[in-house]
Write a protein that binds this ligand. Structure first.
Ligand code: FAD
Ligand code: NAD
Length: 475
């Protein structure tokens, strides 16, 4: 007799584990299957985000930023120190400890919510059956009224720069280096390239980032990208644009890369090379041919706006489906799927998903860039406020950057908010909430912001959109 569930979720990353918990909260009998195994051989829930992505990268960004500030900024505050050193083993121990605590926390949440967490491989078969293969090879078939696929993504591997786990590595390996590589090459100046490039550069690596596109941070607002490019250059990150990698080979412990740029064929040598050129949906062995699941030409599982696959009662969420590969996007899709299964009204507002890059300065945005608004043809106005004019930012000695608000000229609706500067990832929350409620610029203008706080920069940028900034000259 096969075990029966109301809902089976395959994948316990931020999309799947959240879907499982919400489905259990909705009163269903739920199982969540996951096969993630860490480098120490231990299985863990949490997927890429908790084990090899969002959380460990933020742990290292914090450690390396503190080290950088201690060595570069303390003096300005009048703080004197002895020699400041960095103990990489200690830093990595802290990172691993945070990951262990948080992934263990999911197991605890499963227990508290009565979700059955199953360790092993899940495969969707026809007729709402799921083949579950345990780590020891035992196989059983589960049946479910509803199934949610949340299998996530894996790094894209370039055929001419294969990962070897030691010299040419993916982002996971680059989070677990046990020493600072003297010369670090990074392919791709995307989110991972900039975050990991920043970590190792602050710890002493000479970092070179090769980016195929001619524009820096092409997905961000141009004003924000300009500030970020200047700051990263000052920090010593050597970002080479229009640089297309053509080969990477290892000899005598050195990675030699060849790339083409506007000047022609170039070469460079590194001690380690991180390839961070995007991620692809991970669907190997996830469904049988007769399951009815369809993938598009890039391998994403096809779903509608409500994450329904063409197979009745089978949903797919997170990185394995279209849309930005972000943990919070996957989690919200998980909530939506679980609530739809319960017959509730649920939706994800795909127009209001924040993006954050956790560099220093941080970069965060929500909604449309100015270029996107321009091409939409809608008349608009913009307002900016620099952190250089913020009392709080000055006190923090972090005055680089600004807040930019883009609003409709006709009805004052906020269309996009772009921030580069201290705590941008926290400040963007106000803009996300405002846009979720279709707020106007005037709504932010009339909202009281604490003084002195970084959030006053959001207030002033909204005022500046109507040339009414109070603490800065209106342009
Ligand atoms: P995943 O987290 O990939 O989880 C999928 C899970 O399913 C995995 O555990 C996998 O083992 C399991 N699985 C797959 N197939 C099967 C199967 N057949 N049977 C059983 N189990 C299976 N996003 C942010 O929003 N903020 C960040 O700061 C951020 N930082 C990142 C930093 C790095 C270095 C990386 C690589 C990514 C980062 N991301 C960040 C992206 C984020 O990690 C992903 O968007 C998110 O993890 C996607 O969640 P998911 O649940 O869809 O997939
Ligand atoms: P990405 O898409 O952000 O950036 C990849 C970059 O590599 C692009 O700029 C692309 O032009 C460049 N590129 C592609 N092929 C190249 C080549 N042959 N030579 C040189 N450059 C090349 O992808 P990523 O940085 O790998 O991140 C993967 C995903 O993980 C992203 O979708 C991102 O959303 C997510 N992520 C998010 C966060 C965050 O939210 N803070 C952090 C890390 C990762």
């Amino acid at each position: 007799m096969s075990k029966k569930y109301d809902v089976v979720v395959i994948g316990a990353g931020p999309a799947g584990y959240i879907a499982a918990i919400r489905a259990a909260q909705n009163g269903f009998k739920v199982a969540c299957i996951d096969e993630w195994q860490n480098r120490d051989g231990k299985y863990a829930f949490g997927g890429t985000c908790l084990n090899a992505g969002c959380i460990p990268s933020k742990a290292l960004l914090e450690s390396s930023e503190l080290y950088h500030r201690a060595t570069h900024e303390f003096k300005k505050h009048g703080i004197t120190t002895g020699d400041v050193g960095i103990d990489i083993a200690g830093m990595q121990k802290r990172r691993a400890g945070i990951v262990r605590q948080l992934t263990g926390g999911i197991a605890g949440l499963f227990k508290a919510n009565k979700v059955e967490g199953l360790v092993g491989h899940g495969k969707l078969l026809a007729n709402k059956q799921v083949e579950f293969t345990q780590a020891n090879g035992d196989v059983e078939v589960l049946t479910a009224e509803h199934i949610i696929l949340a299998s996530g993504s894996t790094p894209i591997e370039l055929p001419f720069a294969r990962f070897d786990g030691e010299y040419i590595v993916d982002s996971w390996d680059a989070l677990e280096f046990d020493a600072v590589p003297p010369r670090l090459g990074v392919i791709g100046a995307g989110v991972i390239g900039l975050e990991l490039g920043s970590v190792w550069s602050r710890l002493g690596s000479e970092v070179t980032i090769l980016e195929a596109m001619g524009d820096f941070l092409f997905m961000a607002d141009r004003d924000v990208a300009k500030v970020a490019a200047k700051d990263f250059k000052q920090q010593g990150l050597d970002v080479r644009l229009g640089a297309k990698l053509t080969s990477a080979t290892v000899a005598d412990g050195v990675v030699r890369v060849e790339y083409d740029d506007a000047q022609g064929a170039q070469t460079a040598e590194f001690d380690k090379l991180v390839v961070a050129v995007g991620r692809r949906p991970h669907t190997e062995g996830l469904f049988s041919e007769d399951s009815g699941i369809v993938t598009d030409e890039r391998g994403f599982i096809e779903v509608d706006d409500e994450c329904r696959t063409p197979v009745k009662d089978v949903y797919a969420i997170g990185d394995c489906v279209r849309g930005p590969m972000l943990a919070h996007k996957g989690s919200e899709e998980g909530v939506m799927a679980a609530d739809l299964i319960a017959g509730e009204v649920a939706e994800v507002n795909y127009n209001v998903i924040p993006s954050v890059i956790y560099t220093a300065p941080e970069i965060a945005w929500v909604g449309k860039t100015e270029a996107e608004v321009t091409s939409s043809g809608r008349p608009y106005k913009t307002g900016s406020f620099p952190f250089a004019a913020s009392g709080r930012a000055k006190a923090m000695e972090q005055t680089s950057g600004m807040v930019k608000v883009i609003s409709a000229a006709d009805d004052d609706e906020i269309l996009g908010v772009h921030i580069v500067g201290p705590m941008a990832g926290e400040l963007i929350g106000e803009a996300v909430l405002a846009m979720e409620f279709a707020a106007s610029t005037e709504d932010i203008q009339r909202t009281i912001h604490a003084h002195p706080s970084l959030s006053e920069a959001v207030h002033e940028a909204a005022l500046a959109a109507d040339k009414r900034a109070l603490n800065y000259m209106n342009k």
